[in-house]
Design a protein around this ligand. Structure first.
Ligand code: PEP
Length: 258
């Protein structure tokens, strides 16, 4: 068993309201109490609710953290609709996602834009969860490793060795996100081992061994333990199931070292 601390993120996507984001945050704190010391638990609410969720977390004895689902790489200025690293920090967040598949494939973000966001996030001192993963067409064409390698190398271009302490990689096969289809534990493990090997090549063995690589794609209470039991799977990025307190808490529990 590795000594990497498991990381479980709840990506609420474009869901919840002022009221339901607050009740979800309260529910997560209560339900995840026992796992808080042994798992890094981070919730990623929609940007308008970050302050409200953070103030709920601050009012409770909890180590659950907040993160932004996305941010822009420029510091400030005429970028209508975007939010900066400083704004995210100002809302009390310590984490941000970069390159989520919905940003890449629905909004159309390039590998280079994702890299600019990764670098801005790390320069701002936040933990960056870099999301990578292949589409179904790419998998069927035998391009899984090539796509993951391209997204990893470009996403982490010009990231320094020391900055890797604040990087978490989320392997999320696009065909498994929000579809109910999950990669088998063996397929997910193979992709994670490949990614860890690349990190060793790009940085060092030590960095590769230290970096958390988490899995995302229809993780549920029923499949979490088998996925997290794989040697190179260090937790998960959870979409749909993070909106249900009991499901999210069960997944967090499955990630805790036994
Ligand atoms: C995600 O949002 O990153 C995700 C993995 O979603 P889901 O768990 O719903 O597949």
């Amino acid at each position: 068993m590795s000594d990497r601390k498991p990381y479980v993120g709840g990506n609420w996507k474009m869901n919840t309201s002022v009221d339901t984001s607050s009740s979800l945050a309260r529910g997560v704190v209560d339900a995840c109490e026992s796992a808080q010391g042994s798992v890094d638990i981070v919730v990623f609410p929609p940007a308008p609710y970050l302050i409200g969720v953070k103030s709920i977390l601050r009012s409770r004895p909890t180590s659950i953290a907040t993160g932004a689902q996305d941010l822009y790489f420029e510091a400030d200025g005429a970028f209508t609709g975007e939010i900066s690293v400083a704004m995210v920090k100002d809302c009390g967040c310590g984490h941000a996602l970069a390159g989520h598949s919905e940003r890449r494939h629905v909004i159309g973000e390039s590998d280079e834009l994702v890299n600019a966001k990764v670098r801005a996030t790390l320069e701002g001192g936040l933990t960056c969860v870099l999301c990578i993963g292949e589409t179904l067409e790419e998998r069927e064409a035998g391009e899984t490793n090539a796509v993951n390698e391209r997204q990893l190398r470009t996403g982490l271009a010009d990231v320094g060795l020391r900055q890797m302490d604040k990087v978490v990689i989320a392997y999320e096969p696009v065909w498994a996100i929000g579809t109910g289809k999950t990669a088998s534990p063996e397929d997910a493990q193979a992709a994670h081992a490949f990614i860890r090997g690349l990190l060793a090549e790009m940085f060092s063995d030590e960095v590769a061994q230290r970096t958390r690589i988490i899995y995302g794609g229809s993780v549920k209470p029923s499949n979490a333990a088998a996925l997290f039991g794989q040697p190179d799977i260090d937790g998960g990025l959870i979409g749909g199931a993070s909106l249900k307190v009991e499901d999210f808490a069960a997944i967090v529990k499955a990630a805790a070292p036994h």
